[in-house]
Design a protein around this ligand. Structure first.
Ligand code: WTA
Length: 644
């Protein structure tokens, strides 16, 4: 595949697009020339109690301070709900599609507003105040969106933990931000199975003294133990509450949410987003990138436990008065046609999913797709990991029948929303490239020493200046924020990704350059998996790296050194896989475990991961320089016993 395969902007899309080729250039120019004026105007996308007069006050050096719209006041739930009531109160805000294809629901803006107010009132009765942290551990049910917006309404900071995370993972996140309330459900449903959320929560809460109250949604109706005085049924505390609730006035820089994400080292970080800039960014990017028009049905298949669900299921679409589809299930249940059946059933116009889902569906061929109509589709999106050109072209040809532009959107939990992506009416696409930065985003490439690289080249991806949706800090640890993102290449935000810029100025994300791996679009820290492994009584040492994986993008490859006297058996291998699943969650289950009598280390004891990555990838001819190893013999042993 040549880089130069251009998929031109489609005249039919360009004719009605929010942004045309000329406007894209003009906006890019305007945002760079006068960010204050540009973002001052874009701030008008959200409903302010007090409109901001100070627009941008940001510094990537020293203590790193990022402030946008800092004298403005607003409440995110008002922008997402109240202001739509007069014009589209009876329009559907959320289409909910259950795991079971026979169950669905439609919630209008008026209904959603009332439901949010009732829960917000109930939270206030439970003593939740502005600035308190509320943990949400829910499946993909409407109450998840209600819970987010109810927190926003009362000024509480929500911290959503993905329903697939283990009790331990839930507990450490609750402890880190000292949440006072947990909102969960009896059980979740996924792919015909149930997930024991309340049981997991109870186990987690044994070590979470900060939790005063637990709100439990009756979802499947399974019998779950309720602890008197602590646990409350969602229905009981919300029924009878008024359908109005005074929104808490928030400063633009008051926190909206914390979301834990994995990094190179240590425990997951609580990435903190604030109210004004985040919401402006969510609205701006959702409207431009998906070219959203009033009345369109928009579907993002992510889970609200990830940032994509935050920004592109809830905040962006609702701020824009959209109809957003929320899907409880999985792509292959009850059959591999499910995505396309849902598209037809609800006449979805804009569809946003992950490359891993596309690759999995490709395996089953075109039949399960082409037996559905998909005529409603107008725009297709991709997120979470690099999309290989084969998957891109299959998505384009088979799913979108060459009618729908594909927006390959590059961004991160820390960026709040999309930074690099085509706009459907303005940017020609190249399969596998995220194309161009959005107006107002300034990416650059630097070499290992931090020198700026110009022209067509490859390097480390940094962003030169702030944008409103950027994370402000790591909750409770601003120093870690500075160290992680602003110290590697001082004066810039370091993304942790590598990228290539081609001769047309198009950006190609090549993947993480740090010890983060991307498994099915889920971000995992290798250090987290290593610490789970060494917590097992028979494990002495472990090193974890990513390996290429056809479906998942990257798989998890573990080198494990057992304690003296322990036997490396198949039973133990299975036990370790189950152990990691239990410690972190099913998404962290190792794909390969290699018994390693020794690990390649430098004389100072540092594990040489570069070599381990090469062995895992079966690139053993090109191991590079091994002369600095304390014991080069270790490498031969590992190469000889490579698994997979
Ligand atoms: C990767 C998800 C290539 C990247 C929104 C990034 C991508 C990490 C793309 C962030 C894309 C995300 N092309 N790579 N379109 N989108 N990534 O925080 O490595 O879960 O750093 O945010 O996913 O993952 P996160």
């Amino acid at each position: 595949m040549s880089d130069d395969q251009l998929i031109a902007v489609k005249p039919a899309i360009a004719a009605t697009a929010h942004v045309t080729v000329e406007q894209h250039a003009a906006m890019t120019q305007a945002a760079a020339a006068d960010p204050e004026a540009f973002w001052g105007k874009e701030a008008g996308r959200v409903a302010w109690i007090k409109p901001p007069t100070r627009i941008k006050n940001t510094s990537f050096t020293g203590d790193v301070s990022i402030r946008w719209f800092e004298d403005g006041e607003l409440n995110a739930s008002v922008s997402c709900l109240d202001r739509h009531l007069a014009t589209r109160g009876d329009q559907v805000a959320i289409i909910w599609e259950g795991d079971n294809p026979a169950s669905d629901a439609k919630v209008t803006y008026k209904d959603l507003h009332a439901r949010v107010c009732r829960l917000a009132n109930a939270l206030r009765e439970l003593g939740v105040k502005k600035g308190d942290r509320v943990c949400i551990y829910l499946p993909m049910i409407v109450e998840a969106a209600v819970a987010m917006l109810a927190c926003a309404r009362v000024g509480a900071i929500h911290s959503i933990v993905f329903g697939g995370f283990s009790p331990d993972s839930l507990a450490s996140r609750i402890q880190d931000s000292e949440c006072s309330v947990l909102i969960t459900a009896d059980e979740g449903r996924r792919g015909g199975r149930t997930v024991a959320l309340k049981t997991n929560a109870d186990e987690a809460l044994r070590t979470c003294p900060s939790i005063r109250a637990v709100v439990v949604v009756k979802n499947t109706g399974a019998a779950v133990p309720m602890q008197a005085g602590r646990d409350h049924w969602y229905d009981e505390i919300t029924t009878g509450q008024p359908a109005q609730c005074a929104p808490e006035p928030m400063n633009a820089e008051d926190p909206l949410f914390i979301l834990y994400t994995s990094g190179s080292t240590g425990k997951p970080k609580g990435v903190l987003h604030t109210t004004g800039g985040y919401l402006v960014w969510a609205s701006y990017t959702h409207e431009l990138v998906f070219d959203y028009k009033p009345g369109e049905i928009y579907w993002c298949t992510a889970d609200i436990g990830w940032v994509t669900g935050h920004t592109y299921i809830v905040y962006g679409p609702l701020a824009n008065g959209a109809t957003t589809l929320m899907f409880e299930g999985v792509p292959n249940y009850p059959s591999v046609s499910r995505f396309w059946e849902v598209v037809d059933k609800h006449q979805v116009n804009i569809f946003y999913t992950a490359p891993t889902a596309i690759r999995a569906l490709m395996r089953d061929g075109e039949g399960p797709v082409t037996k559905t109509s998909r005529k409603s589709l107008r725009i297709l999106g991709s997120v979470g990991e690099p999309i290989n050109p084969e998957a891109w072209l299959w998505y384009y040809r088979v799913v979108g029948e060459e009618r729908c532009p594909i927006v390959d959107t590059w961004w991160q939990t820390e960026t709040g929303g999309i930074l690099i992506s085509p706009l459907p009416g303005a940017v020609a696409q190249k399969p596998g490239s995220a194309t161009l930065p959005l107006p107002g985003v300034m990416p650059a490439l630097v070499d290992a020493e931090g020198n700026r690289l110009e022209g067509a080249t490859e390097g480390n991806l940094v962003i030169l200046d702030s944008w409103p949706g950027q994370a402000r800090t790591v909750y409770g640890d601003h120093e870690r924020f500075i160290q992680t993102y602003f110290s590697t290449f001082p004066g810039t935000y370091f993304t942790g990704d590598g990228a290539r810029r081609d001769a047309d100025g198009y950006w190609w994300i090549t993947g993480r350059v740090d010890d983060v791996i991307n498994v099915s679009g889920h971000r995992m820290g290798t250090a987290e998996i290593e610490s789970a492994l060494v917590a097992h009584p028979k494990v002495a040492e472990a090193a974890v790296v990513g390996m290429p994986h056809d479906l998942k993008g990257q798989g998890i490859y573990c080198y494990v050194t057992l304690k003296t006297g322990e036997e490396p058996t198949e039973a133990l291998r299975k036990e370790l896989v189950a152990w990691v699943r239990k410690e972190i969650g099913p998404i962290a289950a190792p794909d390969a475990i290699q018994w390693a009598p020794g690990l390649p280390k430098t004389r100072s004891g540092k594990i040489m991961r570069r070599i381990l990555r090469k062995i895992a990838a079966n690139e053993t001819e090109a191991l590079g320089d091994t002369s600095t190893l304390a014991d080069p013999g270790v490498v031969q042993e590992l190469v000889a016993n490579r698994v997979g």
